[in-house]
Design a protein around this ligand. Structure first.
Ligand code: GLC
Length: 432
């Protein structure tokens, strides 16, 4: 699980300083930024959307590269992008009903196609497609109208523009035309548009791994300062495959210890692809997704769960089905994950626990691993002090318990239903 965590490390920026001193200044988050981090952690489920002209090929979001297409051929997909079934309000309702608190949409992926209204390139959804609508703008409004937060994924890579220096991915390019400084200015102008036109609560960068193995200055701190100069409250995540650095709210942290003071987010696919893939029906069960959510929450992490919408504007039916299943679970159990912090009770063979200052929720995810005693199950967990109540959740039936001097709490529970996704036990205690 941990190697999937993307640490949302709020982008560090001291916006008052200017010039060369700025790049060295330690990041001091704004009050609004700190507040936004708290709000972010109040919702353990987010919906990730990989949507772009690649969806028309239905081969995942890397198809320009994996299909070895030349950029001109690939770009023809823009002229065929007409998502007639796109209904931002319907999407936003489905996300809201799943229990999600926010949505992260690919504003621009590695193919460089912008899913928003931009004056910086004609290669965008408004100018290059017959659909001609600002889908990012429409979705942002619908998502915010549902009371959810809106975040944008933004790729730092561009497989088509000649000024982005070709890295480890993508297709052949003329190295003589590479000009990172020019590309960087283009990105800044686009990011200004995103911030000023749509006011997202977070930006989620990806692609820094593309220049791995060679010296390359991405000028990220400068970019973070630029962002916070426009909106100090904007959170910044970066899927750079290393520990979060000053100025960020996130990074792919495989095997890296992350600061618990930063909000955490793990992203995962529902099937095996981020972008829509017609042949990939290998969807995870609602049970598996609930377990991902609960296991993440026990570590203080959000789950950013991906869907690859189809080119016709529909969300794939198996994805809608998973959203409905999650929603059904969340309607009863949201309070056992949303806003919960890192639990002091370590993971057990039968499951994990989630934590609030006055309550610990035990989540039995593997009922067969619960030791039996007659027709009862027995849970033994390390526990400081005495509970004020131990009961089933949500029914609230009182359970027998015993706290011993060695610091263990033994709870007798009804034998858990072997087919239950998650059996929850609530332990109340005096606030620490
Ligand atoms: C990787 C992939 C990218 C995807 C991202 C999601 O960076 O290159 O296609 O958007 O993971 O986390």
């Amino acid at each position: 699980m941990h190697n999937r965590l993307s640490v949302i490390a709020l982008a560090a920026t001291l916006t008052l300083l200017a010039g060369s001193a700025r790049a060295q200044a330690p990041y001091v988050p704004s009050e609004g930024n700190l507040q936004s981090r708290k709000e972010f952690s109040q919702h353990r489920l987010g919906i990730f959307l990989h949507w772009g002209i690649y969806s028309t090929y239905a081969q995942g979001e890397w198809y320009l590269s994996t299909g070895h297409l030349d950029p001109e051929t690939y770009s023809e997909a823009a002229a065929g992008f007409y998502p007639a079934r796109f209904d931002a309000e319907q999407w936003a309702r489905a996300f809201k009903e799943s229990g999600a608190g926010y949505v992260t949409l690919t504003s621009r992926h590695h193919d460089g196609f912008s899913m928003f209204k931009t004056a910086q390139t004609p290669f965008n959804v408004v100018d290059a497609t017959p659909f001609g609508r600002d889908v990012l703008g429409e979705l942002t409004k619908a998502v915010k109208d549902q009371g959810m937060r809106m975040h944008y994924y933004y790729s730092l890579i561009d497989w088509i523009r000649p000024d982005y220096p070709k890295g480890n991915s993508g297709v052949a390019k003329d190295p003589a035309k590479a000009d990172y400084n020019a590309y960087f200015e283009f990105e800044k102008r686009q990011i200004r548009e995103l911030l000023e036109q749509y006011h997202p609560q977070a930006l989620w960068f990806d692609g820094q791994w593309d220049q791995g193995g060679r010296p390359f200055d991405w000028r990220m701190r400068e970019l973070y300062d630029f962002i916070h100069g426009i909106d100090p409250d904007c959170m910044i995540g970066n899927n750079h495959h290393s520990a979060a650095v000053g100025g960020e709210t996130a990074g792919f942290s495989g095997g890296v210890t992350v600061s618990e003071s930063l909000p955490l987010e793990a992203c995962e696919t529902m099937n095996n692809n981020w972008g829509y893939h017609v042949a990939d029906l290998n969807y995870k069960s609602v049970r598996t997704l609930v377990h991902l959510l609960v296991r993440g929450a026990s570590k203080g992490s959000n789950l950013l769960l991906n869907i690859g919408p189809q080119a016709n504007g529909a969300l794939p039916e198996p994805a809608l089905d998973r959203l409905r299943g999650l929603g059904e679970w969340m309607r009863t159990y949201a309070s056992t994950v949303d806003g919960c912090g890192v639990s002091p009770v370590p993971p057990q063979s039968w499951g994990v626990s989630t934590y609030r200052p006055e309550t610990i929720f035990l989540h039995i995810l593997e009922p067969s691993a619960v030791p039996a005693s007659g027709d009862k199950g027995v849970l033994v967990i390390p526990f400081q002090g005495k509970p004020t109540a131990v009961k089933t959740f949500p029914a609230g039936t009182a359970l027998k318990w015993k706290a011993d001097k060695e610091g263990f709490l033994t709870i007798s529970i009804p034998a858990p239903d072997a087919s239950a996704m998650d059996t929850v036990i609530q332990i109340d205690r005096a606030s620490l």
